[in-house]
Design a protein around this ligand. Structure first.
Ligand code: ZN
Ligand code: ZN
Length: 155
């Protein structure tokens, strides 16, 4: 596997529209056109390609939580099928599934009614409604790829 430093400078040359900046976590800022990557993380290059995929696919945000899961899956697909062979960076299916699982758990926790544990529905924005008991609850906004900083206990 190529080194992080040489790969990042290669990516920077190949994608001059975006900035690549080391950070404590991986995320893509559509407003700053910047890919933040953690050079010390496990599978750092795989996740960097994942963030680059959000950029190339023009992911800017989402209206409903369920859409975030789709954006994450699309970004992994693009990273795996298009970018990974180009740069000789292997991306393991386990890495992808583990990462998507964090979104599935997040989605489940957010959509579960705090009163009766039925799965609620989200119309638009940060409010869920339970069809069983009528309870409404609000959730935090989460930006792409940085679920770790949000508590799941938003009830
Ligand atoms: Zn309920
Ligand atoms: Zn992502």
């Amino acid at each position: 596997m190529p080194s992080i430093r040489s790969t990042i400078s290669q990516l920077q040359r190949d994608f001059p529209l975006y900035h690549f900046e080391p950070a404590d976590e991986f995320w893509w800022s559509a407003t700053k056109k910047t890919i933040y990557y953690d050079p010390k993380a496990t599978d750092s290059l795989a996740f960097t390609l994942h963030e680059l995929s959000h950029a190339v696919l023009d992911h800017e945000g989402y209206q409903r939580d369920i859409e975030l899961l789709k954006l994450e899956r699309d970004a992994w697909n693009y990273a795996k099928t298009t970018l990974s062979p180009l740069y000789g960076i292997g991306i393991k299916d386990d890495t992808i599934q583990d990462n998507l699982d964090t979104y599935r758990r997040w989605l489940h926790a957010r959509s579960t009614c705090p009163e009766c544990e039925t799965t609620g529905i989200q119309s638009r924005g940060p409010v869920y409604r339970c069809l069983a008991c009528g309870h409404r609850w609000q959730v935090n906004e989460a930006r792409l790829c940085s679920l770790r900083r949000y508590s799941l206990q938003t009830k």
